[in-house]
Design a protein around this ligand. Structure first.
Ligand SMILES: Nc1ncnc2c1ncn2[C@@H]1O[C@H](COP(=O)(O)OP(=O)(O)OP(=O)(O)O)[C@@H](O)[C@H]1O
Ligand SMILES: [Mg+2]
Length: 703
């Protein structure tokens, strides 16, 4: 059987094939990332090809402006095209085929413009201009929403479209709608991504500073670059006066008030919402803050539901700021608000820390902190002095590596939560013994203990003063006792002395006379008692000093000259270094010679095998201090407290009155005596005389 093709059927098949391939081509645009322009071009071209139209136009709706805009055309003359593209229809005002389709969402097919009753005056006008005789317009929809339409004709030719043709055109338009919407979403997404990246970039810049002043500058610069504004003022709420105050300006010239009394910024702060003024010349909310401004935006900076300030942006062009600008600026302003809040908190923390630091630094007590690994984390100035540390060297070191003795134990006890008691300890520092009151406290943080704080109170001076007072008290009562005893002894002693001498004279000297020997011993004993009684009286009731202004060195030299032969004999070297120039001091030369004599004699007696005595006088502030040091045996710690007591002696022939007399004399001179001694390490006596003779000037001086 011979097969003959049905010409009608084969034309139909060709038409459908063409249409399907066009739909396929349009659909393939869905997966490609190309510009919306390119997509609209492809759609009009495919429409023309699939349906043999000579002219095709795509219109899209702008809902905000309520306009129907011709976005792409094919087959129009340049003049026709220019006209179509530049004159959008107003959906409410213009009544024509295009607005009817856009508003109703229904397809309109007009076979003959000349006879169709639906043709309006606007349609007629357009038909005349474009030479349009029949038109088909199908809506572009996404779900129920009409987004625009495709309109086509065959330029001055009446179209004979079947119902099927129109159905197919609608299917084609539906497919095109999806592609257009997809492309629009892609454009929006790209824009969003671009904006977010831009925000991220600016945020990174702003986030990298905690310096408030710098942050204000970066925030206003960021706001300017987000909106392309000409100028920007950043206002912050001044809590004291309760209004806004300008903290940063950019691109503003001329005089601007620092505290605005009105204007868009104040409105934005009050309404806690962003405000936009497209034309400041007609907007009553705007004041002429920056000369020449035509449009303005103000976005509040809100953190923790409180308005912290306002970003105020200005442009010299009318309508310069868009809703999108405001949205972006709002995100940025919120970010800036939390950064400003953080930077303020940071400033506050730093100020509090500085206050804490200065309190620590000015504390009269030494303060050290350690962490849980027992490493030192901070040392104040007084602690540096007490331990003679340089804090830069000791911070980070273990406390047990720096301090021996009881201190690490106290810290340990506190850190183990056993509550260390305050304790008094002796701390050796380069040959000096310090008496320290030590207490430790646990440092706590929300998560638990973070270390310990150790406080050192230097009690050395107060202990010395206490000791001095005790000593004076003791000496006073002993003095009274001694005076009584000396008085009672003196008279009987005088008669014993007289009687023994009489007996000596009466018994003639004879060899081997035992009784004469006994009398001589008795006289020697009486002499010794006489010396003792004299010493007791000297101590109990020393003669009133006869003060005069002189050089201490002269009293020293006279004493030494009396001792020179003895010193040589005992192979003791004497070194003397005196203050130069030496100030005069008010003293009784005879009594002070007695003081020096006693001290040097003691030093000599402490060095039976020879040694060295060093005498040094130094002017220290208002005091002239004289130091007498020897290289002798030193004094055992338990004896140190007793050496000034009368009759305390470690020498078989000693009276134990030498130092008590020294003490008494110095007391009358308002001079102060201190002692440092170590067994085997020699002894040092230090006497301080007030240069201007004022009482008590030297007692406050530490050494
Ligand atoms: N430089 C010194 N080195 C070692 N011990 C000293 C020194 N000076 C004083 N002492 C001790 O202090 C004690 C009391 O001294 P003090 O001068 O009061 O009496 P004394 O020297 O024992 O007797 P006296 O002074 O009557 O000869 C001494 O016995 C001695 O133990
Ligand atoms: Mg003595």
């Amino acid at each position: 059987m011979k097969y003959t093709a049905n010409p009608r059927t084969s034309a139909g098949i060709r038409k459908r094939d063409k249409l399907l391939s066009s739909i396929f081509r349009i659909s393939s645009l869905l997966t490609r990332s190309i510009s919306i322009d390119r997509i609209l071009t492809d759609i009009v071209e495919e429409t023309a090809r699939a349906f043999d139209f000579t002219r095709v136009a795509i219109f899209l709706i702008d809902r905000k402006k309520n306009l129907l805009e011709c976005k792409y055309i094919l087959g129009f003359s340049p003049v026709e095209g220019e006209r179509a593209l530049s004159r959008p229809f107003n959906l409410q005002k213009h009544c024509c085929i295009e607005t009817s389709v856009a508003l109703s969402g229904k397809t309109i097919y007009i076979r003959d413009h000349a006879s169709d009753r639906r043709i309006t005056p606007i349609d007629l006008k357009i038909s005349r201009i474009h030479g349009r005789v029949s038109t088909v317009a199908v809506p572009l929809r996404i779900k129920r929403d009409v987004i625009g339409l495709i309109e086509a004709d065959r330029n001055r030719v009446k179209m004979q479209l079947t119902r099927r043709d129109i159905e197919l055109f609608s299917i084609f338009a539906n497919q095109a709608s999806i592609v257009i919407e997809n492309a629009r979403l892609q454009v929006q997404n790209k824009k969003k991504i671009r904006e977010l990246l831009f925000l991220q970039k600016i945020s990174r810049k702003t986030g990298s500073t905690l310096n408030l002043r710098r942050l204000f500058q970066v925030v206003s610069a960021g706001a300017v670059s987000i909106t392309n504004a000409t100028a920007c003022i950043l206002y912050l709420r001044d809590e004291e006066i309760g209004t806004l105050r300008a903290v940063s300006r950019r691109g503003c010239h001329g005089r601007k008030p620092e505290i605005p009394t009105g204007g868009l910024a104040v409105w934005a702060a009050l309404s806690e919402a962003p405000l936009l003024s497209e034309d400041t010349s007609t907007d009553p909310r705007c004041t002429a803050t920056v000369p020449g401004v035509r449009s303005e935006a103000a976005v509040p900076l809100i953190s923790e539901k409180r308005v912290l300030g306002v970003l105020n942006l200005f442009s010299m062009e009318r309508g310069s700021f868009t809703e999108d600008d405001i949205k972006l600026l709002t995100i940025f302003a919120n970010h800036a608000a939390s950064l400003i809040r953080n930077a303020r908190l940071y400033d506050q923390v730093i100020a509090e820390r500085n206050l804490g630091d200065s309190i620590l630094e000015s504390s009269p007590n030494g303060i050290i902190t350690v962490d849980l690994s027992r490493r030192i984390t901070s040392v104040n100035r007084r602690a540096e002095e007490i331990f003679q540390w340089d804090r830069r060297r000791v911070v980070g070191c273990r406390i047990s590596d720096l301090l021996s003795g009881e201190i690490p134990g106290i810290v340990e006890q506190e850190l183990r939560n056993r509550g260390a008691d305050s304790r008094e300890i002796r701390h050796e520092r380069k040959g000096t013994t310090l008496i320290l009151g030590v207490s430790a406290t646990l440092l706590r943080e929300p998560g638990g203990a973070s270390g310990a704080l150790i406080i050192f109170q230097d009690l050395t001076e107060s202990k010395r003063t206490e000791e001095l007072i005790r000593r004076v008290d003791r000496l006073t009562s002993l003095g009274q006792l001694s005076a009584g005893i000396a008085h009672e002894i003196r008279n009987p002693l005088a008669s014993i002395n007289f009687n023994v001498q009489m007996l000596m004279k009466k018994s003639p000297p004879a060899d081997g006379d035992r009784s004469r020997e006994i009398l001589r011993d008795t006289l020697r004993g009486v002499d010794r008692i006489k010396t003792l009684v004299k010493g007791m009286l000297d101590f109990a009731k020393p003669a009133a000093p006869r003060f005069k202004r002189a050089f201490l060195s002269s009293a020293l030299s006279e004493t030494i000259s009396l001792l020179e032969t003895e010193l040589r004999k005992k192979r003791i070297r004497l070194e003397m270094k005196l203050a130069d120039p030496e100030p005069e001091v008010v003293f009784d030369p005879y009594q002070i010679q007695q003081v020096f004599m006693n001290l040097i004699l003691n030093a000599m007696e402490a060095m039976p095998d020879g040694g060295k005595i060093m005498i040094r006088s130094v002017l220290e502030g208002e005091c002239l201090s004289v130091r007498i040091a020897d290289t002798g045996a030193g004094i055992a710690a338990p004896d140190l407290a007793k050496i000034f007591d009368p009759f305390f002696t470690t020498k078989p022939e000693g009276t134990g009155l030498g130092l008590s007399i020294v003490h008494k004399i110095l007391e009358q001179h308002h001079a102060r005596i201190e002692i440092e001694s170590r067994v085997g390490g020699g002894t040092t006596f230090l006497i301080r005389f007030a240069v201007n003779g004022r009482e008590g000037t030297c007692s406050a001086i530490r050494y």
